[in-house]
Design a protein around this ligand. Structure first.
Ligand SMILES: *[C@@H]1O[C@H](CO)[C@@H](O)[C@H](O)[C@H]1NC(C)=O
Length: 223
Protein backbone atom coordinates (compact mmCIF):
# COMPACT_ATOMS: atom_id res chain seq x y z
CA UNK A 1 0.00 0.00 0.00
CA UNK A 2 2.75 2.43 0.97
CA UNK A 3 4.63 1.48 -2.15
CA UNK A 4 1.55 2.08 -4.24
CA UNK A 5 0.94 5.46 -2.59
CA UNK A 6 4.49 6.66 -3.15
CA UNK A 7 4.43 5.45 -6.72
CA UNK A 8 1.22 7.33 -7.31
CA UNK A 9 2.73 10.42 -5.78
CA UNK A 10 5.75 10.26 -8.06
CA UNK A 11 3.41 9.66 -10.99
CA UNK A 12 1.43 12.77 -10.09
CA UNK A 13 4.53 14.87 -9.67
CA UNK A 14 5.84 13.59 -12.94
CA UNK A 15 2.58 14.27 -14.73
CA UNK A 16 2.50 17.82 -13.43
CA UNK A 17 6.01 18.37 -14.69
CA UNK A 18 5.33 16.67 -17.98
CA UNK A 19 2.06 18.35 -18.82
CA UNK A 20 3.69 21.53 -20.10
CA UNK A 21 6.40 19.70 -22.02
CA UNK A 22 6.18 19.33 -25.78
CA UNK A 23 5.84 15.90 -27.26
CA UNK A 24 9.18 14.20 -27.09
CA UNK A 25 10.84 13.21 -30.32
CA UNK A 26 12.17 9.71 -29.87
CA UNK A 27 14.99 10.59 -32.23
CA UNK A 28 16.83 12.31 -29.38
CA UNK A 29 16.63 9.37 -27.02
CA UNK A 30 19.42 6.89 -26.53
CA UNK A 31 17.08 4.03 -25.73
CA UNK A 32 13.52 3.67 -26.89
CA UNK A 33 10.96 2.07 -24.60
CA UNK A 34 10.33 -1.58 -25.35
CA UNK A 35 6.91 -3.04 -25.86
CA UNK A 36 5.59 -4.81 -22.73
CA UNK A 37 6.35 -8.49 -23.20
CA UNK A 38 3.68 -11.00 -24.13
CA UNK A 39 3.23 -13.88 -26.56
CA UNK A 40 2.14 -11.41 -29.27
CA UNK A 41 4.58 -11.37 -32.21
CA UNK A 42 7.30 -8.73 -31.71
CA UNK A 43 7.44 -5.50 -33.74
CA UNK A 44 8.92 -5.81 -37.22
CA UNK A 45 12.57 -4.76 -36.83
CA UNK A 46 12.33 -2.74 -40.03
CA UNK A 47 9.78 -0.44 -38.35
CA UNK A 48 10.15 1.93 -35.42
CA UNK A 49 8.02 3.08 -32.54
CA UNK A 50 6.12 6.25 -33.47
CA UNK A 51 3.79 6.98 -30.55
CA UNK A 52 2.48 5.50 -27.36
CA UNK A 53 -1.06 6.57 -26.62
CA UNK A 54 -3.30 6.08 -23.64
CA UNK A 55 -6.74 5.13 -24.94
CA UNK A 56 -9.76 5.84 -22.73
CA UNK A 57 -13.23 4.95 -23.90
CA UNK A 58 -15.69 2.13 -24.33
CA UNK A 59 -15.85 -1.34 -25.77
CA UNK A 60 -19.26 -1.79 -27.41
CA UNK A 61 -21.31 -4.96 -27.38
CA UNK A 62 -24.54 -6.30 -28.78
CA UNK A 63 -26.89 -8.90 -27.36
CA UNK A 64 -29.32 -10.94 -29.44
CA UNK A 65 -31.56 -11.74 -26.45
CA UNK A 66 -31.76 -10.51 -22.87
CA UNK A 67 -31.98 -13.95 -21.31
CA UNK A 68 -28.98 -16.12 -20.51
CA UNK A 69 -29.09 -18.01 -23.82
CA UNK A 70 -26.84 -15.66 -25.80
CA UNK A 71 -23.43 -14.15 -25.16
CA UNK A 72 -22.43 -10.55 -25.94
CA UNK A 73 -20.88 -10.00 -29.37
CA UNK A 74 -18.31 -7.31 -30.06
CA UNK A 75 -19.80 -4.17 -31.57
CA UNK A 76 -16.66 -2.10 -31.97
CA UNK A 77 -15.15 0.48 -29.65
CA UNK A 78 -14.62 4.20 -29.26
CA UNK A 79 -11.75 5.83 -27.37
CA UNK A 80 -9.91 9.10 -27.10
CA UNK A 81 -6.17 8.71 -27.60
CA UNK A 82 -3.80 10.77 -25.44
CA UNK A 83 -0.10 11.11 -26.14
CA UNK A 84 1.67 9.12 -23.45
CA UNK A 85 4.98 9.02 -25.28
CA UNK A 86 6.74 11.47 -22.90
CA UNK A 87 5.74 9.30 -19.95
CA UNK A 88 7.64 6.41 -21.45
CA UNK A 89 10.82 8.32 -22.17
CA UNK A 90 12.05 8.62 -18.61
CA UNK A 91 14.25 5.74 -17.47
CA UNK A 92 12.87 3.55 -14.70
CA UNK A 93 9.40 5.16 -14.53
CA UNK A 94 8.74 3.45 -17.85
CA UNK A 95 6.03 0.87 -18.12
CA UNK A 96 5.05 0.92 -14.48
CA UNK A 97 3.99 4.54 -14.43
CA UNK A 98 1.89 4.45 -17.52
CA UNK A 99 0.29 1.27 -16.32
CA UNK A 100 -0.56 2.99 -13.05
CA UNK A 101 -2.20 5.76 -15.03
CA UNK A 102 -4.07 3.22 -17.09
CA UNK A 103 -5.48 1.70 -13.92
CA UNK A 104 -7.00 5.02 -12.98
CA UNK A 105 -7.91 6.04 -16.46
CA UNK A 106 -11.45 4.78 -16.57
CA UNK A 107 -12.35 6.93 -13.60
CA UNK A 108 -10.48 10.10 -14.40
CA UNK A 109 -8.91 11.52 -17.50
CA UNK A 110 -5.56 11.15 -15.77
CA UNK A 111 -4.29 14.65 -16.56
CA UNK A 112 -3.55 13.80 -20.17
CA UNK A 113 -6.56 15.56 -21.66
CA UNK A 114 -4.52 18.44 -23.10
CA UNK A 115 -2.51 15.98 -25.08
CA UNK A 116 -5.21 14.29 -27.14
CA UNK A 117 -3.64 13.16 -30.41
CA UNK A 118 -6.59 11.39 -31.92
CA UNK A 119 -9.40 8.89 -31.65
CA UNK A 120 -9.87 5.17 -32.02
CA UNK A 121 -13.15 4.15 -33.59
CA UNK A 122 -14.77 1.47 -35.70
CA UNK A 123 -16.13 2.62 -39.05
CA UNK A 124 -19.50 1.60 -40.51
CA UNK A 125 -18.02 -1.69 -41.72
CA UNK A 126 -16.62 -2.27 -38.21
CA UNK A 127 -13.04 -1.70 -39.33
CA UNK A 128 -10.88 -0.74 -36.32
CA UNK A 129 -9.40 2.66 -37.16
CA UNK A 130 -6.94 5.00 -35.46
CA UNK A 131 -7.09 8.63 -36.52
CA UNK A 132 -4.11 10.52 -35.06
CA UNK A 133 -4.80 13.71 -36.99
CA UNK A 134 -5.17 15.80 -33.81
CA UNK A 135 -1.48 15.83 -33.01
CA UNK A 136 0.90 13.89 -35.24
CA UNK A 137 1.24 16.18 -38.25
CA UNK A 138 4.57 16.33 -40.03
CA UNK A 139 5.86 17.56 -43.35
CA UNK A 140 5.55 14.04 -44.68
CA UNK A 141 2.08 13.49 -43.19
CA UNK A 142 0.40 16.90 -42.96
CA UNK A 143 -2.90 15.28 -41.93
CA UNK A 144 -1.19 13.20 -39.25
CA UNK A 145 -0.85 9.46 -38.91
CA UNK A 146 -3.70 7.04 -39.52
CA UNK A 147 -4.11 3.27 -39.24
CA UNK A 148 -6.93 1.35 -40.89
CA UNK A 149 -6.42 -1.98 -39.18
CA UNK A 150 -7.27 -5.62 -38.90
CA UNK A 151 -6.70 -7.66 -35.77
CA UNK A 152 -3.93 -10.13 -36.51
CA UNK A 153 -3.12 -11.58 -33.09
CA UNK A 154 -4.64 -11.69 -29.63
CA UNK A 155 -3.72 -12.98 -26.19
CA UNK A 156 -5.67 -12.90 -22.92
CA UNK A 157 -4.66 -10.02 -20.64
CA UNK A 158 -2.39 -11.09 -17.76
CA UNK A 159 -4.36 -12.25 -14.71
CA UNK A 160 -3.03 -9.35 -12.62
CA UNK A 161 -4.41 -6.73 -15.04
CA UNK A 162 -6.51 -3.90 -13.64
CA UNK A 163 -10.25 -4.37 -13.67
CA UNK A 164 -12.52 -1.55 -14.80
CA UNK A 165 -15.69 -0.07 -13.43
CA UNK A 166 -17.96 -2.69 -11.82
CA UNK A 167 -15.08 -5.14 -11.83
CA UNK A 168 -15.08 -5.71 -15.61
CA UNK A 169 -12.09 -7.87 -16.52
CA UNK A 170 -9.36 -6.48 -18.77
CA UNK A 171 -9.83 -6.99 -22.50
CA UNK A 172 -7.25 -9.02 -24.42
CA UNK A 173 -3.91 -7.65 -25.58
CA UNK A 174 -4.02 -7.49 -29.38
CA UNK A 175 -1.87 -6.77 -32.39
CA UNK A 176 -3.49 -4.81 -35.24
CA UNK A 177 -1.91 -4.54 -38.67
CA UNK A 178 -2.54 -2.21 -41.59
CA UNK A 179 -5.35 -3.84 -43.54
CA UNK A 180 -3.96 -2.51 -46.80
CA UNK A 181 -7.02 -0.57 -48.01
CA UNK A 182 -4.96 2.51 -48.82
CA UNK A 183 -6.29 4.63 -45.93
CA UNK A 184 -3.30 4.14 -43.63
CA UNK A 185 -0.72 6.95 -43.33
CA UNK A 186 2.71 6.45 -41.80
CA UNK A 187 1.87 3.45 -39.62
CA UNK A 188 1.95 -0.29 -40.10
CA UNK A 189 0.93 -1.76 -36.76
CA UNK A 190 -0.55 -1.03 -33.33
CA UNK A 191 -0.40 -3.09 -30.15
CA UNK A 192 -3.06 -2.78 -27.45
CA UNK A 193 -1.40 -3.68 -24.16
CA UNK A 194 -1.75 -2.97 -20.41
CA UNK A 195 -5.52 -3.15 -20.81
CA UNK A 196 -7.93 -2.20 -18.06
CA UNK A 197 -11.59 -3.27 -17.93
CA UNK A 198 -13.72 -3.38 -21.07
CA UNK A 199 -14.80 -7.02 -20.99
CA UNK A 200 -18.46 -7.95 -21.45
CA UNK A 201 -20.41 -9.98 -18.92
CA UNK A 202 -20.33 -13.75 -19.56
CA UNK A 203 -23.91 -13.88 -20.84
CA UNK A 204 -26.59 -11.49 -22.10
CA UNK A 205 -28.83 -12.09 -19.07
CA UNK A 206 -30.47 -8.76 -18.25
CA UNK A 207 -28.53 -6.85 -20.90
CA UNK A 208 -30.02 -4.46 -23.52
CA UNK A 209 -29.49 -5.02 -27.29
CA UNK A 210 -26.46 -2.71 -27.29
CA UNK A 211 -24.30 -1.58 -24.39
CA UNK A 212 -20.82 -0.26 -23.63
CA UNK A 213 -18.17 -1.16 -21.06
CA UNK A 214 -15.53 1.41 -20.08
CA UNK A 215 -11.92 0.49 -20.78
CA UNK A 216 -8.45 1.95 -21.00
CA UNK A 217 -5.32 0.65 -22.68
CA UNK A 218 -1.95 1.62 -24.02
CA UNK A 219 -1.66 1.65 -27.79
CA UNK A 220 1.88 1.33 -29.16
CA UNK A 221 2.08 2.52 -32.78
CA UNK A 222 4.82 1.37 -35.15
CA UNK A 223 5.57 2.42 -38.68
C1 LIG B 1 -19.54 2.70 -29.47
O1 LIG B 1 -20.12 3.42 -28.41
C2 LIG B 1 -19.81 4.79 -28.43
C3 LIG B 1 -20.35 5.40 -27.15
O2 LIG B 1 -19.46 5.13 -26.13
C4 LIG B 1 -20.35 5.45 -29.67
O3 LIG B 1 -20.00 6.81 -29.70
C5 LIG B 1 -19.78 4.74 -30.88
O4 LIG B 1 -20.37 5.24 -32.06
C6 LIG B 1 -20.03 3.25 -30.81
N1 LIG B 1 -19.34 2.61 -31.92
C7 LIG B 1 -19.93 1.73 -32.69
C8 LIG B 1 -19.11 1.12 -33.77
O5 LIG B 1 -21.10 1.41 -32.54
Amino acid sequence: MARYASTMLSALIFLTAASAAPTINFGSLAARPTLPSSTLPPPDPSTSLKYIALGVGTQNYTCATSDGTSVPASGGAMANLYDATPLMSVPILGNYEINTQTCKADQTNSGLAQRQIGVHYFDAALVPSFDLSLGTQSLQYPQGLYLSAKKSSSVAAPSNSCTGRNGAAAVAWVMLDDRGDGLTRGLSRAYRVHTTGGSAPATCAGMPPTFTVDYAAEYWFYG
